[in-house]
Ligand binder design. Sequence first.
Ligand code: BG6
Length: 484
Amino acid sequence: VSETGSLSIIVLGASGDLAKKKTFPALFNLFHQGFLNPDEVHIFGYARTKLSDQELRDKIHGYLVDEKNASEKADALSKFLQLIKYVSGPYDSEDGFKRLDKAISEHEISKRTSEGSSRRLFYLALPPSVYPPVCKMIKAWCTNKSDLGGWTRIVVEKPFGKDLESAEQLSSQIGALFDEPQIYRIDHYLGKELVQNMLVLRFANRFFLPLWNRDNIANVQIVFREDFGTEGRGGYFDEYGIIRDIIQNHLLQVLCLVAMEKPVSLKPEHIRDEKVKVLQSVIPIKDEEVVLGQYEGYRDDPTVPNDSNTPTFATTILRIDNERWEGVPFILKAGKAMSSKKADIRIQFKDVPGDIFKCQKQGRNEFVIRLQPSEAMYMKLTVKQPGLEMQTVQSELDLSYKQRYQGVSIPEAYERLILDTIKGDQQHFVRRDELKAAWEIFTPLLHRIRDGEVKSIAYKPGSRGPTEADQLLEKAGYLQTHGY
Ligand code: BG6
């Protein structure tokens, strides 16, 4: 991080789940790796609960290290915790935010060097319903006013609204207070190693350039599965469902990187311009290209209504109506309470014309990028079965990160993204027009689900989801290959 001066990181919603599980651990890891300079940084927690500085530290302590590395990190941990201060107050009260500003200013005076500026990063680990009042308060009382320069930035998490209209309303409210370069909309999938690798893979490798199009690719699948249900979050989840929770943001962002044209440069605006074009080229989703599911037992959660139609599983086919992709189905699939926990991208190539080996039935070429767990890329291809006879077999060219990059630890998505917010790099954040285009794609379907016009089919927890989803894949031209 090249800029100098005081850096205040303010975590609003400091005692909540997201802050404890993701934000503070990511900050600690950055600190531990030397990215947060203790001579410059202070971290402030803000929330409604009355707590002392020490009580907040005690609350988050257990999330920062695990038993295995506790002793090795003990020294860094105690230094990190000392940087944390806490201010309590409501999310819409002048008084609370004035006290917060005072605490930040005191810190800035104590850390500022003569050439230093003051940098203020507000991380809203809060439900979106309080974004507008909180942003208003930050704008009125807590922005950087130093004449030595610096900045004020706001980090927000999804869900950004529930549909196009509510998202646009939220965007206008925040947009009236802060400029786009100050707003960082996190989609943590954009911080994952193999998602960040996507553009390198596509545009730095001659192999893929001529093949990445409708002439060669039969279909693309982007799949997310979790092997647990909505335990403990049923109330939240029922309002949103799997499309808003995973598909409209995480999987759609991945789709953009798979489908976009080469950007003019790596400048964030150039990359995001290309992503927006992809989203704008998606044609309306047809009901017959959607399968929704809900796992049995989901409604047993007392916070979930007995007649809920909220999908915990969905397969939807998106079609990109442009020169590169017309006719290629992009199958987005996500499910909770499935048989395994996995996220991957599967590019299936068309059959080879003139099958002289009669090997087509063994399966097509497929290129798979496994985002998690165990990051890997592998290519399924046909080879001669070793031996005297001329027989073919499907085999794999495999790049498994654990084996290839032994000893290299892959950073957590949140670490990377928080570091970007401090550096001022918006490449891996969602721009306002991108968000709008994403909502435009899914809003009509979401409204039909809300109105009960598209129903969720029951599936067994621990299964592959409704069999109708596999039938839809087949109809879309996906050819099941050996071993999948
Ligand atoms: C979150 C969703 O955005 O992503 C959760 O709200 C989901 O429902 C999580 O479990 C998955 O993230 P990851 O990084 O574990 O794949």
